[in-house]
Design a protein around this ligand. Structure first.
Ligand code: TRP
Length: 464
């Protein structure tokens, strides 16, 4: 069976694919609005700390588990643990399906914006009030349906092509382009009036705004952004050869992910402040803040630059949706011995259908738009799925991974796996730090945060 599974061509291929998975809407869409809602610089700092002390070690753990077992997420937990541990993998696979169901909807928005800026009159019609434009845009059923359908089809086609030709290729070309356009836009944004107010908000921490919910939002963001907690990196790790240096790979992926998020913030906040908007606007933030500068660039340049930006955002999202889809695909191909092509189409269709209520939850249907009420807010269906699976679910998945390595698989074996392709690892200080995080720091923080989040979000208990 080992021979029939796909493989990355080498470390660069893996790094490109894993960085492609990590860098996505999480960095450019979600990170700025989370930062804006949670007080700015203090959130950025906590997010960075979570990424380094918890995210990176958990990432190493996932990749090591995957490469050791050479199997899908469920198979890895079962193989290195037992059937019961397999349930953790299965839970991750379900999280992946649910996350993809709403992620694809947001990707559809980005895709729609690309089309409307380049081929239609977004920069004319939205003039002066991109907030209204966004609200009516996402409330339109047909726009949502068509664009997220196209997006799902694109994802499926890449995943069908397999590991090397599909996933790896797409990531290698698109990632570098994204950096270039982000930096160009930042340079432009920083020249605008009042831009420095945004930079201050983003970089000068005000700790009075920090509470338990800031911390769990930051941790949830770190997990989501690094694609952790549901077996995506177990799956990608399983396509790696033994000779690759996993620590280096994980470090590069983390760095790429953090850099793009950081740059996205450095672009958005100067814009938001220079336009006198509120940083707390929520999920519409990038869709509202950016079109204004594109408009100011004039009709032709606006189309070119604005179009490129949203196109690249789509590409970043695409290398993430393929990783989300690959997790359940790998499970069905590895465990059930089904044909890749059939599995991909079947799952893509299923995920699309599960995503329908999310599609209708940004104003199209009131029942889904005001689906629940907690944390003092009305939550849409999309919000609820996102909270449940991409905040609570991933943190839980990460927590279980640390327990799995600590009590079942054992750090010794993890160290052995991480030493393949990196002979000095076992004796390095890094090893001690990673093991301390996996056995003590991460399980405690993740466990506590998980419990607090669940109580606070869904049972209305306010502890802080
Ligand atoms: N990390 C991606 C982003 O930031 C989203 C993503 C892709 C993801 N694969 C994942 C999130 C797996 C959690 C788990 O946009």
């Amino acid at each position: 069976m080992g021979n029939k599974r796909g493989r990355f061509s080498g470390r660069l291929g893996f790094v490109a694919a894993a960085a492609g998975s990590a860098v996505g809407l999480g960095n450019i869409w979600r990170f700025p609005y989370e930062t804006g809602e949670n007080g700015g610089a203090a959130f950025l700092l906590i997010y960075l700390i979570c990424t380094i002390i918890i995210g990176l070690p958990v990432m190493l753990g996932e990749i090591a588990v995957g490469r050791k077992s050479q199997m899908d997420a469920y198979g890895s937990y079962r193989n290195l643990g037992n059937k019961n541990w397999g349930m953790v993998g299965a839970f991750g696979i379900i999280c992946g399906i649910m996350i993809l169901s709403f992620y694809n909807v947001v990707a559809g928005w980005a895709f729609g914006y690309f089309i409307q800026i380049v081929f239609d009159g977004l920069l004319v019609e939205g003039k002066g009030n991109y907030g209204n434009y966004f609200n009516s845009y996402v409330a339109d059923f047909w726009d949502n349906l068509i664009f997220s359908f196209v997006f799902m089809v694109l994802t499926a086609f890449i995943v069908i092509r397999g590991i090397k030709a599909g996933i790896e290729m797409a990531s290698k070309v698109l990632m570098p382009l994204l950096f270039v356009i982000l930096i160009t836009l930042i340079v432009y944004a920083l020249t605008l009036d009042n831009a420095m107010e945004g930079v201050k908000f983003y970089l000068l921490p005000d700790f009075s705004a920090v509470n338990a919910s800031t911390i769990y939002s930051a941790l949830g963001q770190a997990f989501f952004s690094l694609s952790l907690g549901m077996g995506a990196l177990i799956t990608y790790g399983s396509y790696l050869k033994k000779k690759e240096n996993l620590f280096k790979a994980a470090a590069v992926v983390t760095l790429a992910d953090v850099s793009v998020a950081f740059l996205a913030g450095l672009l958005i906040f100067p814009l938001v402040f220079s336009q006198g908007q509120e940083p707390t606007a929520g999920p519409g933030l990038v869709f509202v803040a950016l079109p204004t500068i594109f408009e100011q660039m004039g009709p032709l340049m606006g189309r070119i630059v604005g179009g490129s930006f949203f196109l690249l955002l789509c590409f970043a999202a695409l290398t993430s949706t393929i990783s989300l889809l690959e997790v359940p695909v790998a499970y069905l191909v590895d465990e059930r011995k089904l044909k890749r092509k059939k599995v991909v189409f079947g799952l893509a269709a299923l995920v699309f259908v599960i995503g329908l209520p999310s599609m209708l939850s940004a104003g199209a249907v009131d029942f889904f738009t005001n689906f629940m009420h907690y944390e003092g807010k009305n939550k849409s269906f999309l919000d609820v799925i996102s909270d449940l699976f991409s905040e609570v679910g991933l943190v839980f998945g990460g927590f279980m991974l640390t327990l799995f390595i600590t009590f079942k698989w054992k750090t010794k074996k993890m160290t052995k796996e991480l030493s393949e392709g990196n002979p000095g690892y076992a004796k390095s200080i890094l090893k001690s730090l990673v093991n301390f995080s996996i056995t003590v720091l991460s399980p405690i923080i993740l466990g506590v945060i998980f419990v607090i989040t669940v109580l606070q979000k869904f049972f209305g208990v306010s502890l802080f």
